[in-house]
Write a protein of this length. Structure first.
Ligand SMILES: Nc1nc2c(ncn2[C@@H]2O[C@H](COP(=O)(O)OP(=O)(O)O)[C@@H](OP(=O)(O)OP(=O)(O)O)[C@H]2O)c(=O)[nH]1
Ligand SMILES: [Mn+2]
Length: 179
C-alpha cells in the first residue's frame, strides 16, 4: 500500500475518534465525521486536489474548533504544514459569533492557497447540506443568511480552484445571491 494511503487512513481514524460523540444538526443527527470526510472527498474528486497535506487538513479541519484537539497535538502527529492549514481554517470560539463570521470574511483573502482550498470545499459541503435538509431550529431566513455570508467569504477565495468556485457560483445563483 502507498504511504499516502497509510497516512490518510491514520488521519481519518484520528478525526473519527475525535469527532466520535459529535453529530450534525440535521434531523437524522448524522455522525459529524461525515462532514470532514466529505470535504476531503470534494477536494480530491471534484477539485482534483492531490496534495496529501491539504487532504489531511480537510479531514482534520474541525478538530481544533469543535473537539479537545490542540494544534500542538496535530503538529506532533501530522507535522507543521497540516497543523498550520488547520489553524488557518479554525475560528476562535471565544469570540462572539458575529465577530467570528466577520473575521472569516476579512481573513479569507489572506489565507494560504492550501487553506483557501479547504475553505472552498468546507463551504461547498455545508451549502449542499443546507439544500439537502434544514438544520434543527433553523428558519428559512437563517438558511438564506448563511448563503449570503458564505458568498462574502467565497469572494475572498476567488482564483483558487475554478471547478469548486464554479459549483459554488451555481449554488449562489440558485439562491439569487451574487458572487
Ligand atoms: N449545513 C449544515 N451545517 C451543519 C450541520 N451540522 C453542523 N453544521 C455546522 O454548522 C456550522 C454552520 O452553522 P452556524 O450556526 O453558522 O455556525 P456555528 O455552528 O459555528 O455557530 C458549520 O460549521 P463549519 O463547518 O465550522 O463551517 P463555517 O460555517 O463555520 O464556515 C457546519 O459544519 C448541518 O446539518 N447542516
Ligand atoms: Mn467544517
Amino acid at each position: 500500500m502507498s504511504s499516502d494511503a497509510v497516512l490518510l487512513l491514520e488521519t481519518v481514524n484520528f478525526a473519527a475518534e475525535k469527532h466520535r460523540y459529535q453529530r450534525r444538526k440535521d434531523p437524522d443527527r448524522t455522525p459529524y465525521i461525515n462532514h470532514p470526510v466529505g470535504v476531503a472527498r470534494i477536494l480530491s474528486h471534484e477539485g482534483g486536489v492531490t496534495d496529501i497535506e491539504v487532504l489531511q487538513a480537510a479531514l482534520l479541519h474541525d478538530t481544533v474548533e469543535d473537539t479537545d484537539t490542540t494544534l500542538a497535538e496535530l503538529e506532533a502527529k501530522f507535522g507543521p504544514t497540516v497543523a498550520r492549514i488547520v489553524q488557518e481554517v479554525t475560528d476562535d470560539k471565544n469570540l462572539p459569533k458575529q465577530e467570528r463570521k466577520r473575521l472569516q470574511v476579512e481573513h479569507a483573502p489572506h489565507c494560504s492557497y492550501q487553506a483557501k482550498l479547504v475553505k472552498l470545499a468546507d463551504k461547498l459541503y455545508n451549502l449542499r447540506d443546507l439544500n439537502r435538509c434544514t438544520p434543527v431550529g433553523w428558519t428559512p431566513e437563517r438558511v438564506q443568511e448563511y448563503f449570503v455570508w458564505a458568498c462574502e467569504v467565497v469572494k475572498g477565495l476567488k482564483g483558487t480552484n475554478s471547478a469548486l468556485e464554479e459549483k459554488l457560483e451555481e449554488l449562489f445563483r440558485q439562491r439569487g445571491v451574487q458572487l
